[in-house]
Write a protein that binds this ligand. Structure first.
Ligand code: MG
Length: 252
């Protein structure tokens, strides 16, 4: 009996508060929940899907490597990858390359094509990588009937998170990545305040959905965070002639 009365009282108080809220909302001027500033800047989209919008920084438009340099500390200088037929092609042994400009939160568009597989399989077939802020790798790999560890397959956050699905098409076709990156935040004392987060779309399909990173993406060992600010975007030389094109980035 006591419990029944209690439930009735709760229900009644719920209904009364909903009615009060409704009455209050009716008294509101609708304009009081509308705002007019700041007005978002106008950005002109690209002419076709995948083309750079007006506020993008073009990192490679098929012509030259002017936005890039060698990421090899022992051998600094110009990036020594090949530009041919509008493509930027890894030259194995010439090392990873990095942008001259530093980036933090960003939207990145980048297209890649795996080389002919030859006798190679797994991690040796079309391996490269897109390293956000120089240390968080979104894997580039041939995903056409190429089994490997799933947290190292195409679309993985390397050795942390397999993609939700394999959206790679077939070897020899261009694959289109759109990456939405929120970098980690650190306190002024260098403690991690907020981890990094990434969403990745491959060929129009969402394959990483707001994944929260455990840290960097090393080949050996566990992910870890060390404090940093804006860093170059790097593309990995992993010994295979992966081609890239149409690379642009928007600062967020
Ligand atoms: Mg790689």
């Amino acid at each position: 009996m006591v419990r029944k009365t209690f439930v009735m009282l709760c229900l009644l108080s719920g209904i009364t508060s909903m009615m009060a809220q409704g009455q209050q909302q009716q008294r509101w001027d609708p304009k009081s929940t509308e705002w007019h500033y700041p007005v978002p800047p106008k950005v002109k989209p690209g002419k076709v899907p995948g083309a750079p919008p007006s506020d993008a920084i073009i990192l490679f438009d098929g012509k030259d490597l002017s936005q890039w340099e060698s990421a090899d500390r022992e051998n600094p200088g110009p990036a020594e990858w090949k530009v041919q037929n509008g493509e930027l092609i890894v030259v194995p042994g010439k090392g990873t390359i990095k942008t001259k400009e530093f980036f933090g939160d960003c939207q990145l568009h980048i297209e890649f094509k795996s080389p002919s597989p030859g006798p190679h399989n797994g991690q040796d077939r079309g391996n490269s990588g897109i390293m956000l802020q120089s240390r968080y790798e979104i894997q580039v790999l041939d995903g056409d009937n190429n089994p490997t560890y799933v947290n190292g397959m195409v679309g993985s956050v390397y050795k942390q998170k397999a993609p939700e699905v394999n959206a790679y098409t077939i070897n020899g076709e261009w694959q289109v990545y759109d990456i939405y990156w929120r970098g980690p935040r650190f306190t002024t004392g260098g403690e991690l305040k907020e981890p990094a987060m990434v969403s990745v779309v491959l060929n129009g399909i969402l394959i990483q959905n707001n994944y929260v990173l455990n840290g960097s993406t090393p080949y050996i060992g566990l992910p870890n965070y060390t404090p940093h600010g804006r860093m170059p975007l790097t593309l990995q030389d992993h010994g295979t002639e992966v081609a890239f094109r149409n690379i642009w980035i928007r600062n967020l």
